[in-house]
Design a protein around this ligand. Structure first.
Ligand code: ZN
Ligand code: FE
Length: 266
């Protein structure tokens, strides 16, 4: 499986999953349709699946137009988002399994940014066609929408700090090598904030320097990995003693709430 990252709007990423063996494709959170149609045409691919993480317009904006072009497309989204996902055909819950071109993903229910937010996790697995030399998913792939960002997390529009902490805990237990395909390029400013609460973290300051250089060359910082996020993202470090000391609480939910509050003001 090939994973393409399409930069759209100001700072969104749309991800296209392409299976060369079947010439089928899936798209994660299509904000807009034109670059998706172009990438499909380039590969002579049929769109069979849309994976939506949540109902915001910059994640579902092209559902209807893509459906018009590919009437058989399945549109997967959260059960809790029923009624606010254009064209939704399948309603998903925690632990459900979905597949694309024979590859299997697990659904995580991760409320916080919104009350219905879900994520899709493809564990490492062999190419289902079996007879090709490439196409294995050697690392896990996590499509997490606006829940976890590189160096940060989504704003709590419809959820509580406790919910978001619980959602991010699910990601924290994935293998460190899991790639994190988040839906926005927010990394540089996220790390600027992170340094204000975790400034003595050497891995973080190294990452901030590397990211600044990447952005000045116009490079993308997505995907990240779970391991890197655990080391450098304060929103994955609510139990870090230095961060808790700064926030003057040893309660994980209070620490997380304070952290999110500071970021909202940053
Ligand atoms: Zn959103
Ligand atoms: Fe978004």
């Amino acid at each position: 499986m090939e994973i393409l990252r399409l930069p759209v709007l100001d700072d969104n990423y749309v991800f296209l999953l392409f299976d060369p063996a079947t010439k089928t494709a899936a798209v994660v959170d299509p904000a807009v349709h034109a670059p998706v149609l172009e990438a499909l045409a380039d590969r002579d691919a049929t769109l069979v699946t849309i994976f939506n993480t949540h109902h915001h317009g910059d994640h579902v904006g092209a559902n209807a137009k893509l459906r018009a072009q590919f009437p058989d497309v399945e549109i997967y989204a959260s059960e809790a988002d029923r009624g606010r996902i254009p064209g939704q055909t399948v309603a998903l819950n925690e632990g459900d399994r979905v597949s694309f071109a024979g590859y299997e993903a697990e659904v995580f229910f991760v409320p916080g940014h919104t009350r219905g937010h879900i994520a899709y996790y493809f564990a490492p697995q062999a190419n289902p066609a079996g007879n090709l030399e490439t196409g294995d998913l050697e690392t896990g792939e996590l499509f997490c929408g606006d829940t976890l960002f590189a160096g940060g997390c989504g704003r709590l529009f419809e959820g509580t700090p406790a919910q978001m902490l619980d959602s991010l805990s699910k990601f924290r237990s994935l293998p460190d090598s899991t790639r994190v395909w988040c839906a926005h390029e927010y990394t540089e400013s996220n790390l600027r904030f992170a340094l204000t609460v975790d400034g003595k973290n050497r891995a973080l300051s190294d990452r901030a320097i590397a990211v600044r250089a990447m952005r000045s060359r116009g490079e993308s910082t997505v995907p990240s990995t779970i391991g890197l996020e655990k080391e450098t993202n304060p929103f994955m470090r609510w139990d870090d003693l230095a961060i808790q000391a700064l926030l003057e609480t040893s309660d994980p939910v209070r620490a997380f709430a304070k952290l999110r509050g500071r970021k909202d003001m940053f």
